[in-house]
Design a protein around this ligand. Structure first.
Ligand code: HEM
Length: 358
């Protein structure tokens, strides 16, 4: 059986299995067996798109998710479409179906890179100036799309284009966050409540480079970056648990490898591995990163910083011991992250999406 086949089976199991514990064991085995993994496509030379490509969409999408459209040529019918909760659930279902279908990618799922897209869209927020955040989807444009931190996220944006084409009334900024919510839930993570109402902004609203964290740094840098967004130490640790998912790619960040043996399932394994494995600095040509003794797993300097720091380490210990506590705190902090920089209308309802296997 080829590595790719094992990977795909692994992903299908990840998306279908509802008993987390059962899956966690089988996924680890599948992951170990799969050996080296392959990327389905090369990174783009230029990761962002010309502003022109988005102008029409941005114009109709501005506002709070309302879409004006005309039926027929030169005639008559212009309607205002107001999406209901059911319409957002349809978008969720479409993304979930694509996650299941398009399993020939990385470890068998686009889920992790969708989570990273939603986080990088949100994590540019600056509480002092109110700039950045998930309202705007400005990563569609240069220069933001070409910022080093966003390398590889074109895979996630492209994955969502057919969804946007099918549901043109949703803004990119609402879509990217909905996709992050969907990916977390479909990868057996906690329920993430969702509120729509983000608008798409133009290239002028791109944030400056340097607002997202640099994996080669340590705790003071994490505090600079995350305090700027309005988070505290406990929240930094809870957010970092997202690294249970996905992997580093040499052709994106320069780092290499996954953090856990089950990179398409949300678990607290990131914390247990961080505490219990013996980590050493990898000897290689690439940037400094940590490696476990199996050489199959990695930690970034910013990950390792969480157990070097006196205030953060107790939270790593708590989340390693108690998966329910991690799920509860992760859901709360991700909800906060995904809403950074958004002014919701006062009557905006919170949506709890049904999972595809519910
Ligand atoms: C604490 C500071 C953080 C740093 C320094 C950091 C850095 C990185 C780096 C270097 C990668 C590898 C990118 C690549 O080569 O493809 C990565 C991947 C990832 N990050 Fe983070 N990250 C941080 C926080 C977060 C947060 C807050 C989340 C979400 C809540 C997150 C979610 C992810 C996911 C899911 C991936 C895997 C993406 C994939 O498999 O393609 N990270 N991160």
């Amino acid at each position: 059986m080829s590595a790719a086949t094992v990977s795909r089976q692994f992903a299908r199991a990840a998306l279908r299995t509802s008993a987390r514990q059962t899956f966690a064991t089988s996924s680890r085995q599948a992951f170990r067996q799969s050996g080296r993994r392959f990327y389905s496509s090369e990174p783009p030379k230029n990761s962002s798109t010309s502003p022109l490509a988005y102008i029409a969409g941005a114009a109709v999408a501005a506002g709070a998710g309302y879409y004006l459209f005309t039926q027929g040529v030169g005639s008559a019918t212009t309607k205002i479409f107001t999406p209901t909760e059911g319409d957002y659930q349809k978008v969720y279902n479409e993304i979930a179906a694509r996650l299941e279908e398009k399993d020939d990618y990385d470890d068998g799922s686009y889920g992790p890179v969708l989570v990273r897209l939603a986080w990088h869209a949100s994590g540019t927020y600056d509480k002092e100036t109110g700039t950045g955040g998930s309202d705007g989807a400005t990563m569609r444009f240069a220069p933001e799309g070409d910022h080093g931190a966003n390398a590889g996220l074109k895979h996630a944006r492209d994955f969502l284009e057919p969804v946007k084409a099918k549901f043109p009334w949703i803004t990119y900024s609402d879509l990217w966050i909905l996709a992050g919510v969907c990916a977390i839930q479909e990868m057996q993570g906690p329920t993430i409540p969702y509120r729509p109402g983000r608008s798409d902004k133009d290239a002028a609203a791109c944030t400056p480079d340097g607002r997202l964290p640099d994996g080669s740094k340590r705790a003071p840098h994490l505090r600079d970056i995350f305090y700027r967004m309005g988070f505290n130490d406990q929240e930094i640790v809870a957010l970092s648990g997202a690294h249970a998912l996905g992997r580093c790619h040499t052709d994106r960040s320069g780092f290499e490898g996954p953090w856990t043996f089950s990179p398409t399932v949300v678990t607290n394994d990131y914390y247990t591995l961080l505490l219990n494995e013996k980590w050493h600095i990898r000897k290689w040509d690439g940037p400094q990163q940590y490696q476990d003794k199996t050489k199959g797993l990695m930690m970034l300097p910013t990950d390792y910083a969480l157990i070097e720091d006196k205030a953060m380490k107790p939270w790593v210990e708590k989340y390693a011991k108690d998966n329910d506590l991690f799920f509860k705190d992760f859901a709360a902090v991700v909800t906060k992250l995904f809403e950074l920089g958004v002014s919701f209308k006062p009557d905006t309802k919170t949506i709890v999406f049904k999972r595809s296997n519910a």
